[in-house]
Design a protein around this ligand. Structure first.
Ligand SMILES: [Zn+2]
Length: 296
């Protein structure tokens, strides 16, 4: 499967003698130290990311090897002028218990290259996203191929959060400078990352107060959605419908508010017929109170 992740670039400057040799081996030319600018890119690591995925530590050295020679482009668009940088060395390194791929790339000085170099130096072109293809992803809880076992990424099973471990590197693609983080592809525009981006924008444009009140509303909405989901699960199990709980929870997660409400209502109706007493004594009253609390 193809995987796309965020990374970051750090400006360095003039290449060392060894680096220049590596660059020239790749460029099939005779570039001098003055003609190139070198920077480092932190590619993938082995920590769980916001998609609840992580690269297998063992897979990193091979993946690093696959990145050597790959190009750096802008916003994942290929065009004649877009190939700006190239990775000439990459290795898996370990720092404070985290393994990651550290890559070295160069840009030719002059023309459009100089603008990019200035932006990297200034920290403007820091955001990088990388793509690669991995042969397998396995469940961190049970080791089965992810998607075949019923465990779901992000869920917690007996204190162990489930994630997908990406294994068996197949290929590495280009890396891309992402000019505006908000314009990243849809795959990245989800989960916690988006929250952080929105916050940064609010800080930048003085909309902190609005951001904070929206954030509070969103939290209440999430809480309400969670409770709706929990009730749907509870009612389904209570009615004895033959659905395994992890699968049921996974399905409920995918539903939006209005769908959850109608499903919940249908289940309540069914449950009221089967267990009239239980429902009266149950949580219905409390949750109605909660619902009206969230009607804003
Ligand atoms: Zn599993």
């Amino acid at each position: 499967m193809d995987v796309k992740k965020d990374a970051s670039a750090v400006g360095v400057g003039v290449p060392s003698e060894t680096q220049l040799q590596q660059i020239n081996a790749l460029a099939k030319g005779n570039l001098t130290a003055e003609q190139v600018y070198v920077f480092s890119v932190r590619l993938c690591d082995d920590q769980v990311d916001r998609d609840f995925e992580r690269f297998d530590t063992e897979a990193l050295p091979e993946l690093a090897r696959l990145f050597v020679g790959k190009s750096g482009i802008v916003d994942h668009r290929w065009s004649a002028g877009s190939q700006l940088a190239r990775i000439f060395a990459a290795e898996a390194v370990q720092e404070e218990g985290v393994s990651y791929i550290k890559a070295w790339a160069y840009i030719r000085r002059g023309g459009a290259g100089d603008e990019w170099i200035a932006d990297i130096e200034a920290g403007i072109k820091k955001e990088v996203s990388v793509g690669c293809s991995m042969g397998r992803s396995v469940c961190s809880v049970c080791g089965a191929d992810y998607g075949t076992c019923g465990h779901r990424k992000g869920e917690i099973y007996e204190d162990t959060p489930c994630c997908a471990i990406l294994r068996e590197p197949v290929d590495a693609y280009e890396f891309s400078f992402v000019a505006v983080p908000a314009q990243r592809d849809a795959g990245v525009l989800k989960g916690m990352g988006r929250k952080a981006d929105l916050k940064a924008l609010a800080d930048e444009f003085g909309a902190q107060e609005e951001y904070r009140s929206l954030w509070k509303l969103a939290r209440m909405g999430q809480e309400y959605q969670k409770q709706l989901g929990a009730e749907v699960v509870r009612l389904t199990l209570m009615l004895g419908l033959k659905v395994e709980e992890p699968i049921l929870r996974g399905a409920v997660e995918k539903l939006a508010g209005a769908e959850l409400v109608s499903l919940r209502d249908a289940l309540r109706e069914q449950a009221a017929e089967q267990y009239p007493l239980q429902l009266q004594l149950g949580t219905v009253r409390g949750e109605e109170a909660l619902e009206s609390e969230y009607l804003i």
